[in-house]
Every structure is written in structure tokens, then in C-alpha cells.
Design a protein. Structure first.
Length: 355
């Protein structure tokens, strides 16, 4: 009887693994198949105001943050025409509720106060305008598109992050983006801890005719990426995107393994990795800040991708990250399609969440 139970348990574990692999492949299929361009219909009144289709689309995709942030701001300023301490306290509360962060919120409000005093302004509309200026200035501090240096061949992008943030799917979207730009792309399945992650990349690579360097589950991740770099050089690949195992930022042994990956990569190319991207879930608030802090210690981060912003009312975490670290935000994820991984534009982002 005990043997039968152990066998059933083993079969169940295998079934769970297979189901996870199937589910991951299904999720990947949505990236590949659900990419048909759709017509964006802008309401006539907004067209008359000069709103572009892509800006209207972004405002729709960030509507949850707009509801929690922009609309609350507008309501606040509509009922409070006088500038007083109550106004600033409610303004700070609204910023905090959108995950802007305590330090960033205080800095923003202090700068708004200084701006009003300098310009001798005294009505709530002026506060709103000053707030928008301050948010845009902070957002612009991390606006720096990812440029592929063609002198580096391959240009190696190392992608890190915890499980569940959309890391592997982001890699798929990036690969499609660069391939559409005429780049030769290769993927390295460095998440050797999860069989589903390896299969996900391999399936996607086959569909898009993008080579994927992979080994068996449990293989040494650094070795997989090292071999991928050699293969990429031999095949004149322009961009190599390397996945890594999702790990909790509190797991010191796994973070040390991440350090090892970078050391091994530099044995192949002393300038690699040329970009180290961390993928974070925009809805995780303060936890995202902790993730960036700890991953930045293990591997110097050069860029951030914030995913799932379409599903959270707390998109203000971007300002929190900008204030705390100043690491460039390369892309924002606002949907399931490949085209929904958008290069980050500060002015458009602020306009979408506060208009």
C-alpha cells in the first residue's frame, strides 16, 4: 500500500510538471498568435483635441491606474479650490495609494510647493499643473531606450527576475521585436530549473524560426549561456537573449549562482552581459523595490521592464523605482500581445495615468 501511494505521488508530480509545461506553452502561444494589429478607434471629442491613436490606446491599457490616480486627482482638485494643508495631505495619500512611495511622494509634494511659491500661484488648478510637471520630470529621469550596439556581436541581454513576473514571455516579445527589425536573434534557455521554461522557449523558437540553445533540466545555467555565446558568434547572431531561473531575491544561494553566470559570460566576452534587464510585476508594489535592490547587488542592472501594468491600479511604482534607483525603464508591458511590450516614453506614460 505504501509503495502504491508513493507511485501515485510520483505520477501526480509528473502529471503536474507536464500540465505546467502545457500551460506555459499555451501562454506562449498567446504571444505568438494573438498579435493581429487592431484598429484603434479614438472618440471624436478626443480626436478634436489632437489625441493620437497610440496615446488613446495606452490610456485605455492603463485605465486602472488612471481610475485610482488620475481621476482621484481630478476629483480632489474639483472639490478643493483653495490651497491648504488638507489639499496637500490628500494629495500625498493619493500618491501613496498608487504606490508612488513615501520618499518619492514627499519629494514631489515639496517640489510642487516650491513651484507654487516661486510663481506666486494660489489655486488648485495650478497645483494640478505643477504636479503633472513634477511627475513628468521624475519619469523622464529613467527614460532611456535600449539601443543595440552593433559593434558587440552578439549583443547579449541577460534577463533576470522572480517567478511569475512574465520574464520568459517578455523574452519572447523582445525576440520578436528585434527579429522584426531585421536582427538575427538567438535565445538561451538558462532557466534550467523549470522544464516548462525550457520547453516554452523551444516551442516559441521553432514557430518563429529563432534558434534556441538549451540543455536538459538541471543543467548548469552558466554553461548553457556560455555555449550559446559561442554558437551565436559562429552563426553571426546580432542579439542573444538569455533567460535565467526565476528566484526569490531572498535566496542567497541562487543569487550567488546569478553572479556566477555573469562571471562565466565575461570569460567568453569581457564586456558581457551588455544589458542586464530585470523584469518586475507592476502590481507588486514595495516588493518590486526589494527585488530591484537585491538583484542589483548580485548583477549590476542596466534596465527595467515593468510588466502587467494593464492589470493594476498601482502603476505609480514606476515613480518609486525612478526615485529610489534611477535605473532606466526600457519597456512597459500593457497587454498580452507582442506589440503590448512598449518602449517606455515618460510624457506619454504620465499623460495616460493622469489625464
Amino acid at each position: 500500500m505504501k509503495f502504491f501511494k508513493r507511485k501515485n505521488k510520483k505520477n501526480k508530480e509528473q502529471l503536474d510538471t507536464n500540465n505546467n509545461a502545457v500551460e506555459s506553452t499555451k501562454q506562449q502561444d498567446s504571444v505568438v498568435d494573438n498579435n493581429t494589429p487592431e484598429e484603434i478607434v479614438v472618440p471624436p471629442e478626443l480626436l478634436a483635441q489632437g489625441v493620437e491613436p497610440h496615446q488613446y490606446q495606452l490610456s485605455q491599457q492603463l485605465s486602472k491606474t488612471n481610475d485610482n490616480f488620475g481621476k482621484k486627482m481630478k476629483h480632489l482638485f474639483s472639490i478643493k479650490k483653495k490651497i491648504d494643508e488638507d489639499l496637500f495631505e490628500e494629495l500625498e495619500t493619493t500618491l501613496l495609494m498608487a504606490d508612488v512611495g513615501a520618499a518619492a511622494s514627499m519629494d514631489i509634494i515639496d517640489n510642487v510647493r516650491k513651484s507654487l511659491k516661486r510663481k506666486n500661484l494660489s489655486d488648485s488648478d495650478a497645483v494640478f499643473d505643477a504636479l503633472k510637471v513634477q511627475l513628468t520630470e521624475l519619469a523622464r529621469q529613467v527614460e532611456q531606450p535600449l539601443e543595440i550596439d552593433d559593434s558587440k556581436q552578439p549583443f547579449v541581454i541577460l534577463v533576470v527576475g522572480v517567478n511569475g513576473v512574465g520574464k520568459t514571455t517578455t523574452i519572447a516579445k523582445l525576440a520578436r521585436k528585434y527579429k522584426s527589425m531585421g536582427k538575427n536573434v538567438m535565445l538561451a534557455a538558462g532557466d534550467t530549473f523549470r522544464a516548462a521554461a525550457v520547453e516554452q522557449l523551444k516551442t516559441w523558437g521553432e514557430r518563429e524560426n529563432i534558434p534556441v540553445m538549451a540543455q536538459n533540466t538541471g543543467a548548469d545555467s552558466a554553461s548553457v549561456i556560455f555555449d550559446a555565446m559561442n554558437s551565436a558568434k559562429a552563426k553571426n547572431i546580432d542579439v542573444l537573449i538569455a533567460d535565467t531561473a526565476g528566484r526569490l531575491h531572498t535566496q542567497s544561494n541562487l543569487m550567488q549562482e546569478l553572479e556566477k553566470i555573469s562571471r562565466v559570460m565575461r570569460k567568453n566576452d569581457e564586456t558581457a552581459p551588455h544589458e542586464t534587464l530585470i523584469v518586475i510585476d507592476g502590481g507588486t508594489g514595495q516588493n518590486a523595490i526589494s527585488q530591484v535592490r537585491e538583484f542589483n547587488k548580485a548583477n549590476k542592472l542596466t534596465g527595467v521592464v515593468i510588466t502587467k501594468l494593464d492589470g493594476t491600479p498601482k502603476g505609480g511604482v514606476l515613480f518609486n523605482l525612478a526615485s529610489e534607483f534611477g535605473i532606466p525603464v526600457r519597456f512597459i508591458g500593457v497587454g498580452e500581445k507582442s506589440s503590448d511590450l512598449k518602449p517606455y516614453n515618460a510624457a506619454e506614460f504620465v499623460e495616460a495615468i493622469i489625464s
